[in-house]
Design a protein around this ligand. Structure first.
Ligand SMILES: [Zn+2]
Ligand SMILES: [Zn+2]
Length: 331
């Protein structure tokens, strides 16, 4: 790597003097998206996409020193041309493109190739070096179409209501929760959200994202409020006293890990929906191929086996990179 090097503090672009999603406090950082494994506290100066601004301030404090740019806008950092390009992962998520002396490197952050109707669709960016996540870099990961998944979620909600049960659906408060919200059939009943989801919604709305603004659950709301409703909450709320007044209910959880990992939470929920904001196996391969990169660095998940596959089956020079990404929040 000449445009990028891996340091103790994270991925660094020496000529530009900027870190990408660093895990230690540094002077200057460009942040691919607001999830906690990428957007951390303590940087003197932050750079991110416009749509990440309010959520980053919500999570890191409104006093952070944050500069925002649009997709495709170029910044000159000591002769390095830096720009952000849609990653399709969550609103505001970006791939970082760095160009210096004819060399181009792209850091993907987290991405998905399927358009979710909420985030700007993933844009393949040609480069010499591509740093790609590969959270779901195994052939067993093949997502169903989201239309099918949302049809399943809506019919689950409808069925629960018919059985006299309320529906509590667990999903990450940033990204997944909003994606679900946008795809619920509004005529099926009332929808409420946990405070963590509501705060995130308000931040996104403040950033100009067109979201269905549903009420948060408050202490004053009587039990009867929730009859036939669907409540969206982060996985951390599962089994907490907060859930008491929703009874009788059924629980569901949305995660990409659903189909393989018998996680504790998965077992604890009545129903699992396989919904991920990351690319599946085919999505990763098509995204990586489209970059035409000569060298691929892999982060998150099955880096070793996926790297081996790219090398042996596709002839792509791929190596794993030890980072602190991928410890997905609220997992
Ligand atoms: Zn993420
Ligand atoms: Zn990540």
């Amino acid at each position: 790597m000449n445009l990028l090097e891996l340091t103790e503090s994270g991925l660094f672009c020496p000529p530009a003097g900027i870190f990408i999603d660093p895990w230690k406090a540094v002077d200057r950082a460009v942040i691919t998206h607001a999830h906690s494994d990428h957007s951390r506290w303590g940087m003197k100066h932050y750079l991110a996409h416009t749509h990440s601004a309010e959520v980053m301030k919500l999570r890191l404090g409104s006093e952070i020193n944050l500069e925002t740019i649009e997709y495709g806008q170029f910044l000159d950092l000591n002769g390095v041309k830096l720009s952000l390009h849609p990653a399709g992962h969550i609103p505001g998520s970006a791939q970082v493109r760095l160009e210096y002396k004819g060399k181009v490197a792209v850091v993907s952050g987290d991405y998905k190739t399927e358009t979710d109707g909420l985030s700007m669709p993933f844009e393949p960016v040609k480069c010499h070096e591509f740093v790609s996540e590969c959270t779901f870099g195994l052939p067993i990961y093949k997502w169903e179409s989201q239309a099918q998944i949302f049809a399943d979620i809506n019919s689950w909600w409808k069925g629960n209501a018919e059985d006299g049960r309320n529906s509590v659906l667990f999903a990450y408060s940033l990204g997944k929760a909003q994606r679900i919200l946008q795809n619920l059939e509004r005529e099926l009943g009332e929808v409420f959200v946990h405070g963590a989801v509501w705060n995130t919604n308000q931040a996104l709305i403040a950033n100009g994202i067109d979201l269905w603004d549903v009420p948060r659950v408050t202490a004053e709301m009587p039990k009867s409020t929730f009859k036939g409703s669907l409540i969206i909450a982060p996985p951390s709320a599962m089994g907490s006293p907060w859930m008491k007044k929703f009874g009788p209910y059924r629980t569901g959880i949305c995660s990409g890990w659903m189909n393989v990992r018998g996680t504790r939470r998965r077992r604890a929920a009545d129903r699992g929906f396989v919904l991920s904001d990351h690319a599946d196996w085919e999505g990763l391969i098509s995204a990586i191929t489209a970059t035409e990169a000569e060298k691929v660095y892999l982060t998150h998940g099955s880096t070793a086996s996926f790297g081996k596959f790219l090398q042996e089956e596709r002839g792509i020079d791929a190596v794993e990179l030890k980072t602190l990404f991928g410890v997905e929040e609220e997992s």
